[in-house]
Design a protein around this ligand. Structure first.
Ligand code: ADP
Length: 272
C-alpha cells in the first residue's frame, strides 16, 4: 500500500487526483479533487442514468481539467446509476456522499435536505459527516424536481427562471392537489383564470417545500440545516422551506455537486 501511494505521488509530481461521479435519475455530475481538498474541475450534464450522460460527464471533466484518465488515481461512483457504471474503481451510496460533501463545505451542518430529479431525502449527520438517520420520498413526484420540471414546462419557463418569478410574488397561490397529475390540471385552470404568473410560481415552490418539510419534521430538525441537490438552486423553494421550518438554510452554489464532491473525497480516503 505504502509503495503504491508513492508510485501515485511520483506519477503527477506530488499531487493526488481523485474523481467523483454522481449518476442521478436526471443529471450526471463529476468533480475532480486535488490532494483531497482542492476542486480542480466540475461538470453537470443534464442526462442521467441509462443515457450517454455519465460518459459525457467523464469526457467533459477530463477536457475541462486537462487531466487524463491515466492521471486520476481513484474514481468513486455514486447515485442512482452507480451500479451500472463501469468506469469507476468503487461505488458508494449517495447518502454517504452527500453527507461527506456537505460536511466538507459546511462542517456545522447536522441536517441535509437533498431534493433531486425524482426523490427527496432528509439526512441527519454527525460532526464527522457520517449519516446517523435518513428519510426518503421516492414514491411520489410531488416534492421533487420532477414536479418543478413539469410545472415549468406548462408555464413555458426555463427551470432556472422559477426563482426569479417566485421572488416577484406577494400573494402565492395555494396549490391544493398533492398529486402531480392533479396539480398539473390545477395549474392549467389557474392559468385559464388569468392568475398572476409569479403568484402561481411561488405557490408551486411552496407546494414542494411543504411536502419536503413534513419529511424533515418527521426526522427532527437539528441545526444547521443545508440544502443539496439540483432543486437547492431554486431560491423560491429555499425561501419557502425556511418559512415552513422556521430556520435559515445554508446554501452553496455547489449544492448540485455535493454527491460528486463527496465521492471524490471518499476516493481520497480510500487511497489513504
Ligand atoms: P438527480 O441527482 O436525481 O439526477 P439533481 O440533484 O441533479 O437530480 O436535480 C435535478 C433537478 O434539479 C431537476 O429536476 C430540476 O428540477 C432542478 N434544477 C436543475 N437545475 C436547476 C436550476 N438552475 N434552477 C433550479 N432548479 C434546477
Amino acid at each position: 500500500m505504502y509503495q503504491s501511494i508513492l508510485q501515485i505521488i511520483d506519477k503527477e509530481g506530488n499531487n493526488i487526483y481523485t474523481l467523483g461521479i454522481d449518476i442521478g435519475s436526471t443529471t450526471s455530475k463529476a468533480v475532480i479533487l486535488k490532494d483531497g481538498k482542492d476542486i480542480v474541475a466540475s461538470t453537470i450534464i443534464v442526462a442521467g442514468t441509462g443515457t450517454v450522460g455519465p460518459q459525457k460527464a467523464m469526457d467533459e471533466i477530463f477536457q475541462k481539467s486537462k487531466i487524463s484518465r491515466e492521471n486520476i488515481d481513484y474514481i468513486v461512483a455514486t447515485g442512482y446509476g452507480r451500479k451500472t457504471f463501469k468506469g469507476a474503481d468503487y461505488e458508494v451510496s449517495e447518502l454517504t456522499c452527500h453527507a461527506k460533501g456537505v460536511n466538507f463545505l459546511f462542517p456545522e451542518v447536522r441536517t441535509i435536505i437533498d431534493i433531486g430529479g425524482q426523490d427527496a431525502k432528509v439526512l441527519s449527520i454527525n460532526a464527522e459527516g457520517k449519516m446517523v438517520n435518513f428519510l426518503m420520498n421516492d414514491k411520489c413526484a410531488a416534492g421533487t424536481g420532477r414536479f418543478l420540471d413539469v410545472m415549468a414546462n406548462i408555464l413555458q419557463l426555463d427551470i432556472n427562471e422559477l426563482e426569479v418569478e417566485a421572488a416577484k410574488s406577494d400573494k402565492p397561490v395555494k396549490i391544493s392537489s398533492t398529486c402531480t397529475v392533479f396539480a398539473e390540471s390545477e395549474v392549467i385552470s389557474q392559468l385559464a383564470m388569468g392568475v398572476h404568473i409569479p403568484d402561481l410560481v411561488a405557490g408551486i415552490c411552496e407546494s414542494v417545500a411543504c411536502r419536503v418539510a413534513s419529511l424533515a419534521k418527521r426526522i427532527g430538525i437539528r441545526e444547521t440545516v443545508c440544502m443539496s441537490g439540483g432543486v437547492a438552486q431554486n431560491g423560491g423553494v429555499r425561501k419557502a422551506l425556511e418559512k415552513e421550518l422556521g430556520v435559515t438554510i445554508a446554501y452553496s452554489e455547489k449544492a448540485q455537486l455535493m454527491g460528486a464532491l463527496g465521492a471524490a473525497l471518499y476516493a481520497y480516503d480510500k487511497l489513504n
